[in-house]
Design a protein around this ligand. Structure first.
Ligand SMILES: CC(C)(COP(=O)(O)OP(=O)(O)OC[C@H]1O[C@@H](n2cnc3c(N)ncnc32)[C@H](O)[C@@H]1OP(=O)(O)O)[C@@H](O)C(=O)NCCC(=O)NCCS
Length: 205
């Protein structure tokens, strides 16, 4: 999602057939007490640009991108393009509809390192919040709702989170969500942690 080609965001122009055939969640809107997970629209442009260019947000994601390059990307591709794939959401404030961050549940390409099955293509959760929204529980709220929606649609299976071991906020969030850290590996010139949870552990009780 968003302009890609950074060290922690991989393009997969030709994913294996097994991955193409494996669904992610089909929901296009999910609401929580404070948030609405929805598809992107033009008013999200400034928020997306901030996410891509903020040094703190991008600290463990390959670093900030040049503003001009991000502007050019949106000029060329438009904003709605960012969330056109299933399982890809803007996290928006439920009252103001302002972009708070983004969340993605997709299939982790088998060609990347970091898997718990031999064939790869497991579900993977990623999340990014604008800096002012950190420390308010919004990432947890968004992730819990998205995982619950996926669990209600899909058979039980592993879900992954892959994050730099230096990214303590992300690791703490993974642990709060109930993900277990199972291994580490080197990629993008940094140590990465692989954490896993069972999808159906997120079903509403
Ligand atoms: C990773 C990231 C999403 C975590 O955000 P976060 O705000 O720390 O995560 P949570 O939503 O779980 O919020 C937890 C914090 O909110 C606080 N909080 C406040 N109100 C809360 C509430 N109602 N419910 C839960 N937590 C609440 C918690 O005490 C905790 O604070 P602390 O971190 O100071 O101890 C964020 O740091 C980020 O966007 N980082 C940059 C992008 C990135 O690296 N993403 C990882 C790629 S996989």
């Amino acid at each position: 999602m968003t302009p890609s080609n950074t060290r922690n965001e991989q393009n997969t122009p030709n994913p294996p057939a097994s991955v193409v055939a494996s669904p992610t969640l089909s929901a296009t809107e999910i609401t929580t007490p404070r948030l609405r997970l929805r598809k992107a629209h033009d008013a999200d442009r400034a928020g997306f640009i901030e996410l891509q260019t903020d040094p703190q947000v991008r600290l463990h994601l390959g670093g900030p991108r040049p503003v001009a390059a991000v502007e050019q990307y949106f000029d060329t591709m438009g904003v709605a393009h960012v969330t056109d794939k299933p399982g890809t959401f803007v996290i928006a404030d439920r009252t103001t509809d302002d972009l708070v961050g983004t969340l993605l549940i997709h299939r982790r390409p088998a060609a990347l390192p970091g898997h718990v099955t031999e064939e790869g293509g497991e579900l993977e959760l990623t999340y990014v919040l604008r800096r002012p929204a950190w420390g308010t529980g919004l990432a947890f709220e968004a992730a819990t709702a998205a995982l619950r929606a996926a669990a209600s649609e899909l058979p039980d299976q592993p879900v992954l989170i892959v994050t730099q071991t230096a990214n303590t906020r992300s690791l703490d969030l993974a642990a709060r969500l109930g993900f277990r850290r199972v291994s580490t590996f080197e990629a993008y010139e940094a140590e990465q942690a692989l954490a896993v949870a069972d999808l159906h552990s997120f079903l509403a009780g």
